[in-house]
Each structure stands twice: as structure tokens, then as C-alpha cells.
Design a protein around this ligand. Structure first.
Ligand code: PMT
Length: 405
């Protein structure tokens, strides 16, 4: 476990020494980055002595620029932990400002980020800070929220750095959900994944669609490719770039997605239906823009679309293809997911509770329950969509193992 510990300038900076020690006791190696203001509270020497590694403060004070150091430093860690983080640091992270080493590392970092904020109660409750926290949470940053009590400034309220042992515990819990070094356990599998929404046109300018961003399906494609599978991603309209080295088919309507899936079916060994497919489309698409007819309402007539995964499930009854569905539910999650598992002839289904605001549609994180054919189930706790994708693929690997003679 390699942790990059970022320390920003506030009275709680001295507690970072305890955090560093706690992480080391759990077996982590810790590299420290301090902002210039943090060094006003604690000397870098303290952290150099404790970590056994040089502490980075300035952007341009390193002797070796053969590598771009902020990128190299970020790549060489498993977790970026910032404790304590001031209101100023949160604002920079939320707005992509990179004007010192720590904020530049934050921007070039692709590993999970855990932040323990600390600040005066008024700064904490200021709408600007709360908006920055919301932005960062939506981008998948994890937080250990500050505690309440007497503050160095003499005020009482929320803003005190969380206890070092709680911060260490949270960092260790995060480690346990991180994907382990990528195995090659999907080599030989040909995986077809659907992602994103489908779009059903009413007329040349209006359409019916849903909130799917494609993030979950694209994460699955990236993870399956990294684990050695040959991957085809069939996607409705999204703002995402398809992962490198993944076969990509862009579609719009459910009919187009159905045709694309069917054309790849024979060569596939695993099918994962992650797309939020429209269940209905207008019975007739108007050739011209539908005109307003005074103040009278109009009635839209809709017909059922093709059920893509049910067709794949039916076609896979007599072969070894593994068929995995997702279920996005706003009520009776497990009951509805169990019905879909059975009626669509799936090997397992990933049930998404879409009433949570940190899971499901158009967020960076997800939490789900996997329901298997044999009636067993288990929960996947809140984690990045990429980590959850790996957990879903672990289940594909287990399912394949049970088929082997
Ligand atoms: O794209 P993101 O913003 O990252 O959000 C991810 C997600 C919430 C879209 C994803 O995690 C998810 O839950 N996908 C399934 C959404 C859905 O439409 O579920 P459903 O319960 O309506 O459909 C059940 C299953 O049948 C799904 O595998 C779906 O792809 C499939 N289906 C549904 C209807 C249809 N006509 N054809 C299908 O193949």
C-alpha cells in the first residue's frame, strides 16, 4: 500500500504525524507533500524523519526533472489522502486550480482520493465550501467529515479535523475495496457490453430518453479489456470517449442497439447488458416537427421496444454464454431484480438502487447487490464505478469456473 499524504496549512497539520504513523503501522509506505502554508505550522523535517522519504513542498525544488515529477509521484501511489485539507485546498481541487505541487498532483492523479477537511465553523458552512464539497463528492472523492467541538479560533461547531485513527481506518477500508493488481483472468473471453441510454425519436427535434451517462458500461468495458478479454462496447449517445483497444459500435435507438447486439451475438462468450434501454418508443415517428394545436393536449401512443437482454438470454439457453443484467429500480429493488433475473434468463443481475444520490445514473460511484440464479446474493458497497466493474467481472469469472467440467 502506497499513500501520498497531502498536508495543507491549518492548526491540525501536526495531527498528520499521527495519521502517518497509523498508516505505517498498517504496513503502508507514506510519501508526504506539504503546501507552503503547512510548513508554517510544522517543519517538513518532522515528516521526513517519520516517513524516511523527502517531503515535497515546492513545484521547482527537485534536483531531477528527467521525469515530470507531479505525474510520477501521483502514479507511484495507490491512494491520495489529504489531511488536513483547508477550505482553500477544497476550492482549488473543485475548480481545477493547479498553482502548487499538491494541487498539481491532485489534478494529475487518477487514484482514489480521500480528504479530511479542517477549518473554522463559518468557513465550513459557507455556501462556497459546501458547493465545493458537493462537486468533489459527485466526482467520486471520498471524505472523512470533520468533527464538532471547540476550535483553535475560540468558536464552537463543525470543522475540527476528524480523529487521526478514524482517518486511518477509513483509508484502510478504502484500500480493501481497491482492485488488486489486474489479473488476466478474462483472456479468451469475447465480451459484448451495452452502455448508455437509447433514444427514441418523436419527430425531427424531440425524443424520449433517460439519464444514463454510460459511465458504468464504459468502466466495465475498460476493466474487461484490462483483464485480457476482447471487448465490444455497444453504446447509446454519451459524452464519453470509448476506452482504448475496445471495439466500439455507436447506436441511437433500441432497434439499432438490438441489431448491433444480435450481429455480435454468435461470436460472444459473455454479454453484459448495462444500457438503460427504452422500454417504449412512439408508435409513429412524425416526419415533420409536431405542431402545437392551440391549448389542447395531445396523446402519445407508445409501443414496446425489443427486449435485448431477454433475446440474448433466450438464445443462450443451450450454450455456455454468460449473460449478466443490470436492474435500475426506485422501489422493491431486490424483488424486481429477482423477477428480471428469472424472466430474462440471466446468470446474475446487478441491482442498482437509484434512489441514492451517490449511486446509479450519472455519478462516479455505484453500490449494488448481485443476485445469482441459485437465490444467493451479496452486496457491493459504495465504490468507484471502475472498482465495481471489477467486482462484477470477478463474478463472471466465478460463474465460468462453475461451468467447467
Ligand atoms: O450509465 P450510468 O450513468 O453510469 O448509470 C448506470 C446505470 C444506472 C444505467 C446502470 O448501472 C444500470 O442500472 N443499467 C440498467 C438500467 C435499466 O434500464 O435497467 P432495467 O431494469 O430497465 O433493465 C433490466 C435489464 O434489461 C438491463 O440489463 C437492461 O440493459 C436490459 N433491457 C431493458 C429493456 C430493454 N428493452 N432491453 C434490455 O436489454
Amino acid at each position: 500500500m502506497k499513500v501520498l499524504l497531502g498536508i495543507t496549512g491549518c492548526i491540525g497539520a501536526y495531527k498528520a504525524a499521527e495519521i502517518l504513523r497509523g498508516l505505517q503501522k498498517a504496513g503502508a509506505s507514506v510519501r508526504v507533500i506539504m503546501t507552503r502554508s503547512a510548513t508554517e505550522f510544522v517543519q517538513p523535517l518532522t515528516f521526513e524523519a517519520l516517513s524516511g522519504q523527502s517531503v515535497i513542498v515546492e513545484m521547482y525544488d527537485r534536483p531531477n526533472y528527467a521525469v515530470i515529477e507531479h505525474i510520477a509521484v501521483a502514479r507511484d501511489a495507490d491512494l491520495l489522502l489529504i489531511a488536513p485539507a483547508t477550505a482553500n485546498a477544497l476550492a482549488k481541487f473543485a475548480h481545477g486550480i493547479a498553482d502548487d505541487f499538491l494541487s498539481t498532483v491532485y489534478l494529475s492523479n487518477t487514484n482514489p482520493v480521500l480528504i479530511a477537511p479542517a477549518m473554522n465553523v463559518e468557513m465550513w458552512s459557507h455556501p462556497a465550501t459546501q458547493a465545493n464539497l458537493k462537486t468533489l463528492r459527485e466526482r467520486g472523492v471520498y471524505f472523512v467529515d470533520p468533527g464538532s467541538g471547540y476550535q483553535a479560533c475560540g468558536e464552537v461547531g463543525v470543522g475540527r479535523l476528524a480523529e487521526p485513527e478514524d482517518i486511518v481506518k477509513r483509508a484502510l477500508a478504502l484500500f480493501s475495496t481497491l482492485p488488486s493488481p489486474t489479473p488476466n483472468d478474462l483472456a479468451g473471453e469475447r465480451v459484448v457490453i451495452t452502455a448508455g441510454p437509447t433514444v427514441e425519436d418523436l419527430d425531427p427535434v424531440r425524443f424520449i430518453t433517460n439519464r444514463s451517462s454510460g459511465k458504468m458500461g464504459y468502466a466495465l468495458a475498460e476493466a474487461a479489456q484490462a483483464r485480457g478479454a476482447s471487448v465490444t462496447l455497444i453504446s447509446g449517445p454519451t459524452k464519453l470517449q470509448p476506452p482504448k483497444e475496445v471495439g466500439f459500435v455507436s447506436v441511437r435507438s433500441t432497434r439499432e442497439m438490438y441489431d448491433a447486439v444480435m450481429s455480435k451475438m454468435d461470436e460472444s462468450t459473455v454479454f453484459i447488458g448495462c444500457a438503460a434501454v427504452a422500454d417504449y418508443r412512439p408508435t409513429n415517428r412524425a416526419e415533420q416537427k409536431i405542431k402545437k394545436n392551440g391549448r389542447q393536449g395531445i396523446t402519445l401512443e407508445l409501443e414496446a421496444t425489443e427486449d435485448i437482454i431477454a433475446a440474448v438470454g433466450a438464445a443462450s439457453r443451450h450454450d455456455d454464454r454468460i449473460v449478466v443484467g443490470f436492474a435500475a429500480e426506485s422501489e422493491s429493488l431486490l424483488n424486481h431484480a429477482a423477477q428480471k433475473l428469472k424472466s430474462k434468463n440471466l446468470h446474475f443481475i446487478v441491482a442498482n438502487d437509484i434512489t441514492r444520490n451517490d449511486a446509479g445514473f450519472d455519478v462516479e460511484t455505484n453500490a449494488a447487490t448481485i443476485l445469482r440464479r441459485d437465490g444467493t446474493s451479496f452486496e457491493l458497497p459504495l465504490q468507484s464505478k471502475r472498482a465495481l466493474a471489477d467486482a462484477v467481472l470477478d463474478e463472471v469469472v466465478k460463474t465460468r469456473a462453475t461451468q467447467k467440467p
